[in-house]
Design a binder for this molecule. Structure first.
Ligand SMILES: [Zn+2]
Length: 502
């Protein structure tokens, strides 16, 4: 099985263009390196494409691949991803056009591309062809995000996409079965970060926003239209209710309002808490949130405004930034992660008094800056927990920064004893595969496997039994297969290797 992971990885190249999801360049590179197919016959070379979630660094190159490169094979994604992907792609296309860049795909390309997508449910077994089977698992992160298990003749891999191991206000935590497989490919955006309590971080954010509006200031919250916007909105809307605040909260773009509609429709994919309270109150019916009109930009009085894009790399959030940054009483919140070259990244590095937008435009920054420390990505502990839980034979780290990935790689090797790799883009790593097969067992064999057989070896130093129980029972039997039929283990011999109280 060959896996080409990621349609574009973040932060892999230096310079101004790092946030670009250059679809053309991505496929050209793969082709030049013969990673999929040198001849360009992608249909013959690929069994299918799997999209884990709607973020542009995961789907940005898809319409180009189907409509320009001519891939016509199967494409799989979850129902919410299929619903939300066209919004994201259309928004991306408009930003490209707005910046005067070459349009890599048209509106019609997006529509035609989405028609080729097969939507899947969580835990649904999808038989792609006679050899390949895939299955999606809940990944948290954003609405509809999934991890995928893929298996060919009993030998399998898990590709995580982006995931979150802790629930947030609107989504649950990632959930996957304890599967047996050879290779786990996991994101590692926060390969070395361990986060403290989420409530403390939320309180800090609310305190900063409240203080600003209480002093008559305006708060700009640049954000991705989907995911973070809903998460922060639930938080603020709740707080506004509790504190009986009357200051208006605005959404800038139609995209976000539209996205909230989808969230309401796709309520089943959100967190248990949102689902539980749905009968009495829909968490996405924000009481205090209104849509923003451009004429309000210079209106007097305090307000809170959600505007895209998240890293202030262009679009409306940049326009608002130009208006609001020079005033001391205003506040700008920044996401936990900003790509180099964006205004967000410049604001994160120290406390700049001026930001150069281009060679002719310089903005005075006198406003306050608050950096959000919550993120829909798992932290390092979450990655370690998942690797430990799944215990694959090999781990490959992707979607991260090289020095941090190197540290995590060393930790996975030393603490979990699992082989780990962090290949660069276009680098290939290969692994031997193991064939896992289900087998029946004779009653005698099952009985012998279940019978406990304890031994109490003494601890040579303390001479005391301790609390940790380690059971390494090994049952032996004979594996049979008659006439190419199902496997069966027969036998009765039980060998107890060791049981430790250590
Ligand atoms: Zn993502």
């Amino acid at each position: 099985m060959t896996v080409v992971a990621g349609l574009k990885s973040y932060g892999s190249e230096a310079g101004e263009k790092t946030e670009e999801r250059d679809a053309k360049r991505f496929w050209r590179t793969l082709r030049a390196e013969s990673l999929i197919s040198q001849s360009g016959d992608f249909n013959a070379a690929l069994s299918c494409i799997i999209i884990t979630h709607f973020h542009l660094d995961h789907i940005g190159a898809l319409p180009y691949f189907t409509e320009v490169c001519g891939y016509t094979g199967p494409i799989y994604m979850t129902y919410p991803t299929k619903a939300l992907a066209p919004l994201m792609l259309e928004d991306y296309r408009k930003v490209m056009v707005g910046r005067g860049e070459e349009q890599q795909f048209t509106h019609e390309n997006i529509v035609d591309c989405m028609k080729k997508v097969t939507a899947v449910d969580l835990k649904q077994n999808v038989q792609v062809d006679k050899d390949l089977q895939i299955r999606a698992y809940y990944a948290g992160h954003v609405l509809g995000a999934a991890m995928f298990y893929a298996c060919v003749e009993g030998s399998g891999i898990v590709y995580t996409g982006d995931y979150n191991m802790t629930p947030d206000r609107h989504l649950g935590a990632a959930q996957i079965d304890r599967l047996q497989f050879d290779l786990l490919i996991t994101e590692s955006t926060y390969a070395t970060t361990i986060r403290d309590s989420k409530y403390a971080r939320e309180r800090e954010f609310l305190k900063a926003v409240h203080k600003c509006v209480a002093n008559g200031g305006k708060v700009l919250i640049p954000t991705f239209a989907l995911g973070r916007a809903q998460e922060l909105c639930i938080l603020l809307d709740d707080y506004w209710e509790r504190m009986n605040l009357k200051v208006p909260i605005y959404f800038s773009a139609g995209l976000t309002i539209q996205a909230n509609l989808y969230y309401k429709v796709l309520i089943n994919w959100t967190s248990q808490k949102v689902k539980d309270t749905y009968a009495t109150r829909n968490a996405f019916d924000f009481k205090n949130v209104h849509s923003f009109d451009r004429s309000l930009l210079d209106a007097p009085g305090p307000c809170v405004l959600f505007a895209t894009p998240g890293m202030i790399s262009g679009g409306f959030s940049l326009e608002v930034f130009k208006h609001w940054a020079p005033c001391e009483s205003n506040l700008i919140t920044l996401p936990g992660y900003c790509v180099a070259g964006t205004v967000g990244h410049k604001l994160m590095s120290g406390k700049p008094t001026k930001v150069d937008l281009d060679k002719d435009t310089q903005i005075d920054v006198r406003c306050q800056i608050h950096q959000l420390s919550f993120s829909p990505h798992t932290d390092a502990k979450g990655i370690m927990d998942l690797v430990k839980f799944l215990s694959p034979k090999h781990v490959v780290l992707v979607h991260g920064e090289k020095p941090k990935m190197d540290l995590l790689k060393a930790k996975i090797k030393s603490e979990l004893g699992i082989d780990c790799f962090d290949p660069a883009n276009t680098e290939t790593v290969s692994f031997p595969s193991t064939r896992f097969e289900k087998s029946d067992a004779s009653n005698a064999f099952i009985r012998s496997s279940l019978t406990p057989n304890f031994k109490f070896p003494k601890d040579e130093i303390t001479d005391m039994p301790s609390l940790h129980v380690h059971d390494e029972r090994v049952s032996e039997g004979i594996l049979t297969r008659v006439d190419g039929k199902k496997l069966k283990v027969i036998g009765f011999k039980l060998v107890v290797d060791s049981i430790w109280f250590s």
